[in-house]
Ligand binder design. Structure first.
Ligand SMILES: [Zn+2]
Ligand SMILES: [Zn+2]
Ligand SMILES: [Zn+2]
Ligand SMILES: [Zn+2]
Ligand SMILES: [Zn+2]
Ligand SMILES: [Zn+2]
Ligand SMILES: [Zn+2]
Ligand SMILES: [Zn+2]
Length: 418
């Protein structure tokens, strides 16, 4: 215990969110306590995002860091001018007429050239209602949860990872550099007809927009501004005149998406704050871009940069992280049971997860033969799986079940249930 505390102090110094109540487990969790390498709460095993923590400043720091040292630095800096490239995606609030909610906007939507509020509000309205990032609604909770899921801090910052070797740190830095140079971007919200103007106008004119979008100024041959042939890259349906579309610079401005169609190709979730990773013609969220490049550890959720790792149960694991989800005992060479996709050692399984035999009331060993019927279970042995009336062994026989009672025949059933 003491050693574990020490290790925790040394590696993950921050105690952010400590003690926060779990919104999912309520009273069952004594408050957030960071597991020293799993990135989840030791008490209830939920993530930090499930706990009641004010994430705004942490999220902003995270996204600021993600775009630090990229060509988007300027865009981020423009949105906040205190020196460090920062980000205030979820702080851009637009006040609408009384009684309307305050909208929370991705920066590029807010920074658009047309009357920003109208465009941004229209952009939000085009999202599914339960996913609109409106402060204090279900959509805000969705955004927060996706922020946590799609952009793991430990995919961008080696210091957020647990005990990396110098070689692993180097590989990770190269990985981060590569995606910042080749894949990472933020969507631009624009009317398609505006984009056509930008394209037609070329470099000289569209000072603000052209500059901001980093257009090279070469014109397509489509001098006319029609929307013919412009369909959403995701759903293939046509775009509508006067409705904002999302563009991704990495994809090229010849491609566009309906706001609700700007989703990750793997998880199909709305790309949080329009932060995307572009690879081989597809949009990914940060997590799934990472997964497409590297194996991810099923224990600590970090990408694996070491050559040595193990594959078990359809997942990848750092050698030292294939351990019991309940007690952290290393499982190499041990008997374990998969419980909700997580390996659990046999003692913990017996203590915390095993089902009890309806006959003898004892926990059923994971390796033992058992019979299950609805929510009832029995040892598949003559002394447990037997007729409640005449005690005849029912293993391999026809039987009737009534709650936890078993019968060999209607006669025995009548005898007991009468
Ligand atoms: Zn919880
Ligand atoms: Zn908890
Ligand atoms: Zn679409
Ligand atoms: Zn995804
Ligand atoms: Zn791991
Ligand atoms: Zn255990
Ligand atoms: Zn039994
Ligand atoms: Zn019987």
């Amino acid at each position: 215990m003491e050693i574990e505390k020490e290790v925790k102090k040394m590696t993950l110094g921050h105690e952010f969110g400590a003690g926060a109540a779990c919104l999912k487990c309520k009273d069952k969790c004594d408050g957030f306590e960071l597991h020293f390498w799993r990135k989840i709460c030791r008490n209830c095993k939920c993530g930090l995002a499930e706990h009641d923590v004010a994430m705004n400043s942490e999220e902003n720091k995270k996204v600021g860091k993600l775009f630090e040292d990229t060509k988007y630095t300027a865009l981020m800096a423009k949105l906040k001018t205190d020196g460090v490239p920062s980000y205030q995606g979820n702080m851009v609030a637009i006040t609408l007429p009384p009684l309307s909610p305050a909208y929370v906007l991705p920066p590029s939507a807010a920074a658009s050239v047309v009357p920003p509020s109208a465009m941004a509000v229209r952009y939000i309205e085009l999202l599914p209602p339960e996913k609109r990032p409106v402060a204090g609604t279900e959509g805000a909770a969705y955004r927060r949860q996706q922020m946590d899921r799609q952009l793991p801090e430990h995919d961008q910052d080696p210091s957020k990872c647990h005990e990396l070797s110098p070689a692993e740190v180097k590989l990770m830095q190269q990985f981060v550099r590569k995606y910042k140079d080749e894949a990472l971007g933020v969507g631009d919200v624009l009317l398609p007809e505006e984009m056509a103007l930008v394209k037609a106008g070329g470099q000289g004119e569209g000072e603000g927009l052209g500059g901001r979008l980093g257009l090279e100024g070469h014109l397509g041959l489509e001098g006319h501004l029609g929307l013919e042939g412009q369909s959403c890259r995701h759903c293939q349906q046509p775009m509508r005149m006067g409705e904002p579309a999302v563009y991704a610079e990495r994809a090229g401005y010849d491609k566009l998406w309906h706001p609700a169609c700007f989703v990750c190709c793997t998880c199909n979730e709305l790309l949080v704050d329009m932060i995307y990773f572009w690879k081989k013609g597809k949009l990914y969220c940060g997590r799934h871009y990472g997964d497409s490049e590297k194996p991810r550890c099923g224990g600590c959720d970090e990408l694996i940069f070491s050559n040595e790792y193990t594959q078990a149960e359809g997942q990848n694991w750092h050698l030292k992280h294939f351990c019991c989800f309940d007690c952290d005992r290393i499982l190499a060479g041990e008997t374990y049971v998969m419980e909700k996709d997580k390996p659990v050692c046999k003692p913990c399984y017996m203590k915390n997860h095993a089902v009890n035999c309806s006959s003898c009331q004892k926990a059923v060993d994971p390796e033992a033969q058992r019979v299950s019927y609805g929510e009832f279970h029995w040892h598949a042995e003559p002394q447990c799986f037997k007729c409640s009336g005449c005690s005849k062994c029912l293993v391999g026989q026809r039987f009737m079940a009534l709650k936890s009672f078993l019968f060999c025949s209607v006669e025995c059933k009548k005898k007991i249930m009468a």
